[in-house]
Design a protein around this ligand. Sequence first.
Ligand SMILES: Cc1cc2nc3c(=O)[nH]c(=O)nc-3n(C[C@H](O)[C@H](O)[C@H](O)COP(=O)(O)OP(=O)(O)OC[C@H]3O[C@@H](n4cnc5c(N)ncnc54)[C@H](O)[C@@H]3O)c2cc1C
Length: 472
Amino acid sequence: MNGPGSVTIVGGGLAGTEAALSLSREGVRVLLLEMRPESQTGAHRTGNLAELVCSNSLKSLDPETAHGLLKEELQAMGSFVLEAAMEARIPGGGALVVDRERFSRHLTARVGADPHITLRRERLDLIPPDRPLILATGPLTHPALTQDLLERIGSDRLSFYDAISPVVEAESLDLSKLFRGDRYGSPGVGDYLNVPLDSEGYRTLVEDLLRGERVPPHEGVEDRPEVLRAFEACQPVESLAESGPETLAYGPMRPVGLVDPGTGRTPHAVVQLRAENREETAFNLVGFQTKLRYSEQDRIFRKLPGFSEAHFLRYGSLHRNTFLDAPRVLGPDLSLLRLPGVYPTGQMVGVEGYTESIALGRLTALYLGPRPPGTLPPATTAVGALLRALVPSAYRPEGEPPGPEETGPFSPVNLHFGLFPPLPSRVRGGKSERRKALVARARRDFASWRESLNADAHPDPARPSRLRPGRG
Ligand SMILES: Cc1cc2nc3c(=O)[nH]c(=O)nc-3n(C[C@H](O)[C@H](O)[C@H](O)COP(=O)(O)OP(=O)(O)OC[C@H]3O[C@@H](n4cnc5c(N)ncnc54)[C@H](O)[C@@H]3O)c2cc1C
């Protein structure tokens, strides 16, 4: 479909638009295929490129937050979509809140006027033969294309919905109230941290889960029969609780083979916490995918032993989302191992959120452009932390065994400080001082990676076979 030396992009959402404009700036010709307005997704309403489907906030601009840092890095990388968001900014406190119409109309006009980009309104039901090919069809990828992708990469490597359990920062927990151990394993060892509950504590939790306020489903997206059927296979914790007072105690909270060293007894039930990364800076609550409102999750889970000061890095959720099992399907050059020359990007690659999707679009264009950097951004930077979560093997030091990021189940990532490697030494002071130190390290490492870009730039358009992370 497209000529030599050019790139085809399927999907003109946030990531596809960012990738198209970024590649064009480097002189690459782009064919951009977008199915709207003829085919709609259920959440999009217009034919505009880069339409924001729900909230009009791109989250915090405060550089002391992970999202603020990501924006700072994207700005330094010349992100067109972020620039458009800044131009369409409306008052919203410390957040980047935009006039959504102005934002997407501006980007649509910009793409339309770009001499290197051909925009075609066309729906693709099959992966075209064009290479390189960027797939940026997002969380609501058209089902026909999803089916084709499934057949090519394996049905266990693509999901249709997210079932996300809350993730909590390790430092904010009172670990003296928890104990380590695997089910049927010896107490005091194991990969899991267990939050023991007696029958009273268990009953309170179940009542709270049943009474907690829930998020209504997205109309037109989550009320489709195929989505509802998918959700049945991975039920929210509150739905399991509805099916009987002891269902959870026999299900995700079963305490079999676990003895609490504090009491010498098997608790009535346990909440199991699984490490999010090898450094164990963050843990998820296993099996606690939920449709409860964030404020309710905060209120209810803080009642758990050891959780009174808990800082949630992300809350649980359950929604329609097409995404890849990134750590198992992506190569170190961000292409699909099974489909060389095909680069999934944006939300479908396994990130979540507007800004994260824009960042992936920018990074894909950077590595696919005529001057790709020889290294991946350091994991200590915001863009590097995101990439490390997607391709952990590319960041693993030579000779080290794979950590839980590679061996455990994959959930889509949104950026938070729990994804950043811990600081090498303890920082005096509280959370705010630690954050400042993480931000300072990220800025320093991002600046030296950026400086190395020009020196490193790979002059040959043939892609480097194995990228290594930049020095952090
Ligand atoms: C209902 C819903 C609500 C959300 N709310 C928020 C929120 O409030 N805040 C937030 O940060 N994130 C939210 N998200 C996540 C958000 O969608 C993504 O963060 C972001 O839009 C993803 O960007 P993207 O470019 O990957 O995909 P998109 O922006 O969705 O772009 C994908 C594009 O591909 C096109 N396409 C799909 N299939 C084909 C095909 N076969 N052929 C041609 N074109 C195709 C689509 O029409 C679309 O334009 C929400 C997601 C959903 C589904």
